[in-house]
Design a protein around this ligand. Structure first.
Ligand code: ADP
Ligand code: MG
Length: 707
C-alpha cells in the first residue's frame, strides 16, 4: 500500500473524500429524483423506501467495486464504546462455478449481524438474541483500506428484535430530532418561518500520546489496560512547558502527514494538529460537522491514529491517563446548533432580533446545564476519566459554564432588571422591539479551565475523556437543551406580547440558573468551596455519576423526548457499571502480575547481588558500605510490595465475588483502587533505587521522551 502521497501529483483537493460516498458523490451519480429523496430522508422529512434504497445500493456497489472493494460491512457502535464490523463479500455464486457481485437495497438498509455477544444490559435474552443494523443516512458510507484489501463501510444503527437501542447511534439520532423539534418551535415563535430543521454541529479536539512500539511491547500494563500502573517520572516532566506547541519532530510529522492523508481520503476534514502539554502528547482536530457524521468521524480518527501509528513503529495511546505525573488526555467537544438554512443559533447577532434569539438560546443552555448537571457529569463517567476530572489538569467534576466578562455582565444586568449591558457603552443601542442590549463585537474571551465554555459561537464541553465515544455526551446535552427549549416554546406560543415574554423568559431563566456560571479558575480549591456554597453538585467518581441514569427525573426527561426508555436507560446503567468494574479488575490483575512476576524477582535479585557485594567487601574489612544500606532499603520495600500485593489480591477477590453490580463497582472504587495505589507507591519507590538495567520494564524516560 502506498503510504506517502506526493501532493504535487495528487493534489489534496483530488484526494479529499476519494474514499467517501459523500453527498457530492451521490449528487453526481444518482438520478436527480433519488438524490432529492435522500436529502429529504437526511433532513428527517421522509422515511427511506426500499425502492430508493435499491437505486442507491446499486450505485454504491459500483462505486465501491470500481475502487477495489470486495466486501461490505454495516459499521456500528455497540455499547462497548468501540465500533464493530461484520464483513460480507459482494459475491453471489451463479451456479456454474462463477460469481457476480451483488448488493441489494435490502442489504444496504438492514443487516442482521446477530452479534449477541455485545452487551445489551439485559435487553436481549439469548433466544431473541438477534440484533439488527439499519443504515444511518445522515453519515456517509466510506471505504476502509488496509494492505490486504478494501471494504465498504456503511454507518448503521444497531437495534434489538423489539426495536430497542443497543448502540450509541440510535439515541443520538433521536436526541437530534428532539432538539430540532423544540428549537423549531422556539424559532417559529420568534417569527422564523423559513428554517425547517435544526442540527447540532460538533468539532471534537482529540488528544493522544505516541510511544515507541518497541518500548510499548515491553509494557504489559500498556498493552492490556492502555495505561501504566507503575512508573516514575524522570527528573523532567512537563514543567518546562517546552512540548506544548513546540516544533513537531520529524518522525511524528511523518506520522501526522499519513494520518491526515488517511482521514482526508475518507472525507474527514482533519485541520489542526499540534504538540500538547505533556511530553509525547498530541492533538488533532477536524473541522466541525453535523453531530452524527462528527461522532462517526471521531471513532474513525481514534482507530486511524492507532493503525497509522503502528505503520510508523509507534503506538497511539488514547487512554485518559496513561502516565502519572503528567497531563492526561481529553477531548474537547465543541458543540453548536444550526438551522438547515445556515443560521448558527449561538452566533451573537448584529441586530435586535438575532440578539434576542442568541440570548434566548444561550440562556437555554445555561439552564439546561444547571438543571441537568448531574446527567452531563454522568455522560463522561468512566473509570479512566476519574483520573483526570478534578486533578488540576482537567476541569473539575463540578459542571459550570464560562461566559466571559462582557456576556455575563449583560446577562446579569438583565437578571437584575437593569437596562442594557455596560460591556461596550459606546455601542449600546436601545432596541425598538425589545430593550435587550446590543452585544459586544467579540464576546469570546478565553478560559481554559472551564468544563463548559462559551467560545464565541459555540460551547466547548471539556470533560469528555479522550478514549470515549462522543455520542453519549452529545445525546445527553441535546436532550437536556431540548427540554428547556420545550418549556420556552410553551410560554412563547401562548404569549400575547412576544417581546415582553422573550425578555421575561431570559430574565427568569438566567436569574434562577446563573449560579452555574463561573468565569474564574476552575482548578482552584476555592472554587470547590464556592461551588458547594452555590449548591452545585460535585460528583467525584464515576460510580455515583452513573447512578444518575436511574433517577426518576432522568427517566422522565428521556421518555418525554422519546430518546431512551426506562428499560434502555437501565440497561445502559448496567453496562457502564460493569465496564467500570471490568476495567479496574484488569488493571488490578496487571498490577499484581507486574508486582509478582516482574518487579519482585528483579528487585530481590538486585538486592541479593548488592548484599553479596557488601559481604565480599566486608571480607576485606570494608564495612558499612552503601551496598549494604541500599540492599536493606530494597529488601524492606520489597517486603512492603509483597504485603500490599497480598492485600490487593484479597480485596480484588472479594470484589470479584460481589453479585450486585452497583455494590461491586463501589468495591472496585473504594477498595481495589486504593489497594492498587498502595502497591504502586512501593513499586515506584523501588524503581528509583534499582539500577536502570536491572529494572524489568522500560521507564517513563523511554516512554515519554524517546521518539
Ligand atoms: P481551540 O484549541 O482554540 O479550542 P481548535 O481550533 O483546536 O480550537 O478547535 C476548535 C474546534 O471547534 C474545531 O474542530 C472547529 O471546527 C470546531 N468548531 C468551530 N465552530 C463550530 C461550531 N459552530 N460548531 C461546532 N464546532 C465548531
Ligand atoms: Mg479547545
Amino acid at each position: 500500500m502506498e503510504n506517502v502521497v506526493d501532493f504535487t501529483k495528487t493534489p489534496v483537493a483530488n484526494l479529499y473524500g476519494s474514499n467517501c460516498f459523500s453527498n457530492a458523490v451521490m449528487r453526481e451519480r444518482l438520478p436527480k429524483n433519488i438524490y432529492k429523496e435522500i436529502l429529504a430522508v437526511q433532513n428527517g422529512e421522509k422515511e427511506l423506501t426500499l425502492e430508493v434504497a435499491e437505486v442507491v445500493a446499486a450505485v454504491m456497489r459500483d462505486w465501491a467495486i470500481a475502487k477495489g472493494a470486495s466486501h461490505y460491512t454495516h459499521w456500528f457502535q455497540p455499547l462497548t464504546g468501540l465500533t464493530a464490523e461484520k464483513h460480507d463479500s459482494f459475491i453471489a455464486p451463479t451456479g456454474d462455478g462463477k460469481v457476480i457481485m451483488e448488493f441489494s437495497g435490502k442489504e444496504l438498509v438492514k443487516g442482521e449481524p446477530d452479534a449477541s455477544s455485545f452487551p445489551s444490559g439485559g435487553l436481549r435474552a439469548t433466544f431473541e438474541a438477534r440484533g439488527y443494523t439499519a443504515w444511518d443516512v445522515t453519515s456517509p458510507a466510506f471505504l476502509k483500506q488496509d494492505p490486504t484489501g478494501t471494504t465498504l463501510c456503511i454507518p448503521t444503527a444497531f437495534i434489538s428484535y423489539y426495536g430497542q437501542a443497543l448502540d450509541k447511534k440510535v439515541p443520538l439520532l433521536k436526541s437530534i430530532d428532539a432538539l430540532s423539534k423544540q428549537a423549531i418551535r422556539v424559532l417559529r415563535a420568534l417569527g422564523n418561518e423559513r428554517s425547517k430543521r435544526v442540527f447540532t454541529t460538533v468539532g471534537p479536539e482529540q488528544e493522544y500520546f505516541l510511544v515507541d512500539k518497541t518500548f510499548y511491547d515491553q509494557r504489559p500494563d500498556l498493552i492490556l489496560t492502555g495505561r501504566t500502573v507503575f512508573g516514575v517520572l524522570p527528573a523532567k516532566g512537563q514543567e518546562m512547558e517546552d512540548h506544548y506547541f513546540g516544533a513537531i519532530k520529524e518522525r511524528v510529522a511523518g506520522f501526522m502527514r499519513e494520518l491526515n492523508t488517511e482521514l482526508w481520503k475518507v472525507g474527514i476534514p482533519a485541520k489542526t494538529q499540534h504538540n500538547e502539554v505533556a511530553p509525547n502528547q498530541f492533538e488533532i482536530a477536524p473541522v466541525f460537522a453535523n453531530s452524527t457524521a462528527a461522532v462517526d468521524a471521531n471513532q474513525l480518527v481514534m482507530e486511524t491514529i492507532r493503525s497509522v501509528a503502528r505503520r510508523h513503529g509507534l503506538e497511539g495511546l488514547l487512554h485518559e491517563k496513561p502516565f502519572a505525573g503528567v497531563n492526561g488526555s481529553g477531548k474537547h467537544n465543541n458543540w453548536s446548533m444550526a438551522t438547515d438554512d445556515g443560521i448558527n443559533l449561538f452566533e451573537p447577532g448584529e441586530n435586535p432580533a438575532s440578539n434576542a434569539r442568541f440570548l434566548l438560546f444561550a440562556v437555554a443552555v445555561v439552564e439546561a446545564v444547571d438543571r441537568y448537571a448531574p446527567l452531563i457529569r454522568s455522560s463522561v463517567a468512566t473509570s479512566a476519566n476519574d483520573h483526570r476530572l478534578g486533578a488540576n489538569e482537567a476541569p473539575p467534576a463540578i459542571v459550570s459554564v464560562f461566559f466571559g466578562g462582557p456576556l455575563t455582565e449583560i446577562l446579569d444586568n438583565i437578571a437584575e432588571g437593569k437596562s442594557g449591558g455596560a460591556a461596550s457603552p459606546g455601542e449600546r443601542i436601545t432596541l425598538g422591539v425589545t430593550s435587550l442590549p446590543s452585544l459586544p463585537k467579540d464576546v469570546s474571551d478565553r478560559n481554559r479551565t472551564s468544563p463548559f465554555a462559551f467560545t464565541g459561537n459555540k460551547f466547548e464541553f471539556r470533560m469528555v475523556g479522550s478514549s470515549q465515544s462522543i455520542s453519549t455526551p452529545n445525546t445527553y446535552l441535546n436532550v437536556a437543551v431540548a427540554q428547556v427549549l420545550s418549556e420556552f416554546a410553551d410560554k412563547l406560543e401562548k404569549a400575547s406580547n412576544k417581546n415582553e415574554t422573550i425578555q421575561n423568559i431570559i430574565k427568569e431563566s438566567y436569574s434562577k440558573h446563573r449560579k452555574v456560571v463561573f468565569n474564574g479558575n476552575n482548578y482552584a480549591d476555592e472554587w470547590v468551596r464556592e461551588a458547594e456554597r452555590r449548591g452545585l453538585p460535585n460528583i467525584r467518581n464515576a460510580v455515583d455519576a452513573l447512578a444518575i441514569l436511574l433517577r426518576s427525573e432522568t427517566v422522565s426527561l428521556f421518555e418525554n423526548h422519546k430518546v431512551l426508555t426506562k428499560e434502555e436507560l437501565e440497561s445502559r446503567y448496567h453496562i457502564y457499571l460493569e465496564k467500570y468494574s471490568k476495567q479496574i479488575n484488569i488493571e488490578a490483575g496487571v498490577t499484581i502480575d507486574l508486582a509478582q512476576r516482574y518487579i519482585f524477582p528483579a528487585v530481590t535479585a538486585y538486592a541479593g547481588s548488592l548484599a553479596g557485594d557488601a559481604a565480599a567487601l566486608a571480607s576485606i574489612g570494608a564495612t558499612n558500605v552503601p551496598q549494604a544500606k541500599r540492599a536493606k532499603r530494597i529488601a524492606e520495600l520489597s517486603a512492603e510490595l509483597y504485603d500490599e500485593t497480598s492485600k490487593l489480591e484479597t480485596v480484588l477477590f472479594e470484589a470479584q465475588g460481589i453479585e450486585d453490580a452497583f455494590a461491586q463497582a463501589r468495591a472496585y472504587q473504594e477498595k481495589v483502587r486504593p489497594a492498587m495505589d498502595a502497591v504502586r507507591i512501593r513499586g515506584d519507590a523501588l524503581e528509583k533505587l534499582v539500577a536502570k538495567d536491572a529494572w524489568p520494564l522500560p521507564g517513563y524516560e523511554e516512554l515519554l521522551f524517546k521518539l
